[in-house]
Design a protein around this ligand. Sequence first.
Ligand code: G3I
Length: 466
Amino acid sequence: MKIKFLLLLSSLFFFLNACSKEDSTVIENLENPLANAPKDVNDNGFRAKWNYVSKSKSYLLDVSTTENFSALVPNYNSKEVTDLNEVVVSLTGGTQYYYRVRAKSETQTSGYSNVISVVTTGTSNVPEDPTFLKVKVNKLANPFFVGMAVKANQLNAGSPYDVILKNEFSSISAEYEMKMDQISVASGVYNWTVADKIVAYGNTNNINVHGHALVWHNSVPSWLANYAGTDAEFSLEVKKYITDVVTHYKGKVKSWDVVNESIADNGSMRNTVFLRRMGPNYVNDCFKWAREAANAAADTQLLLFYNDYATSDNSNKQNAVYTLIDKLITDKLIDGVGFQMHNTIFAPSKIQIEKDLNRAVTKGLKIHISELDMQVNPGNAQSNLTATFTNELRLAQKAKYKEIVKIYNALPKANKYALTVWGMKDNESWIPFSTELNHPGNDWPLLYDSNFAIKSSHTGFLEGLD
Ligand code: G3I
C-alpha cells in the first residue's frame, strides 16, 4: 500500500514537472512583415513586395480598393504566397488599390504589415462622377489643385470625411497642426507625430500637400515668445526651426506658406515678436532660410508662398503686401502668393478680387486662394434678424462661390496653383466660433452642411468651372 502510494506520488511529480516544462517553453511570435513599394505597375496590376520574416513558411496577401480593406479584390483575400512577391493581376486601369501581408508559419500567423498604396496605370473604365469638384477641375484645359483644410483626427480611412476628401479634393493644407506652436516643443525639439500623419495621408493618397505655415505671429510657442536670449540668438532659433521643418518634409510637402500675415490692416508691418526681435527684413530672411534648406536637401521643386488676408478691399494693405512681394521677387525667393479669402456674401467685389489677383499675375507669381470660406452672417448681423440659413442667403452664397471660382479659373495657366476651401462642414468651420471676427454666432460658410450633405455653394463652385 505504502509502495503504491509512493509510486503514485512520484508519477504525479513527473507529470507536474513535465507540464511546467511545457509551460515555460517560450513561443516566439512571428514578426509582422514589412511591405514594400510595388514594382512593374501596369494597366492590369503590379508586383506586390515584402520583406522576409524569420521562421515563416508563407505569406497571406490582401489587396483592396479601400484603405481599411473593406473591399477586398476577389482572389486576393488572404491569398497564400510562398515567395517574397506576387504579381497581382486582372485589376482595373487607373484605379487606387492597397495591399498588406501577414507572415505564416506552421503554427502561427503574424499581424498585418504596413499598408501600401498603388494606383494602376491607364484609364479606369469606371466613369468618374462629374459632380465631384476635382473630377470637373481635372477635365479643364488648365486644371489646378482643389484644396481642403484638414485636421489629423478627421483623416480616418473609410469615414464620410475621408471618402469626400479623396473623391473631391486634390490638395490638403493643415488647418493648424503644421504650425510652429504645434510642432516646436523647445529649441531643436519637435513633435512631428500629428503633422507627419497629415503629410503621410496626402502622400499615400496621391493628394498634394501644401505646408501651412512656417512663421505666423499667432502660432508662436511660448518658449520662443518668451525667449530670454539675444535678438541674434532669437533669429538663429527661427532659422533652425525653418531649416529643420523644410528638411524634415523634403519631397513630401510641395509648397510652404513661409510667412503668414506680416502686414497689418493699416498697411504697416504688423507689430509681432518677429518684427521686434529680427527687424524689418525678417520676411526676406525667413524665405532665404527656407530656400537654402530646400536646396541643401535637394528639394529644388519646393514652392515658397507669402500668405495674407483681406488685401482685395483694402488698398493700403494690398500695396504694402505687393511692396513686400517685390522685394522677395528681387531676391528671387518667392514662387507664389496665398490670398486667404475669408470672404462674405457682400465683399470683396468681383472687380476688387480680379484687380488684386492680376497684380500677382503680372509679376509671374503662382496664385493660391488659400483659405476660402464665405460668411453669410458677418458680424453676426443676420442673426439679429433670423438665426436660420434662409434660402435667400443660400443663393447669395452660391453666387459668390461661383463668382470666385470663375475668377480663379480664368487666370492664366502659369499662375494657377490651388484653390483651397478652409474646412469641409459648416459646423466645423472656425468662423462661427471666431471672437476675432466678432462672430460667435450662426454661420454656414462652407460647401457641406453638418451632415456632409452638399450645399448650393458646392453647386456654385461647379458652375464657376463652366
Ligand atoms: O494648441 C492646442 C492643441 O495642442 C490641442 O491638441 C488642440 C485640441 O483642440 O487645441 C489646440 O488649440 C488649437 C489652436 O488652433 C492652436 O493654435 C485649436 O484647437 C484650434 O482650433 C485652433 O484654431 C486654428 C487657428 O487658425 C489657430 O491656429 C483654426 O482651426 C484655424 O482655422 C485658424 O486658421 C487661420 C489660418 O491659419 C491663417 N489665417 C486665418 C485663419 C483663421 O484664424
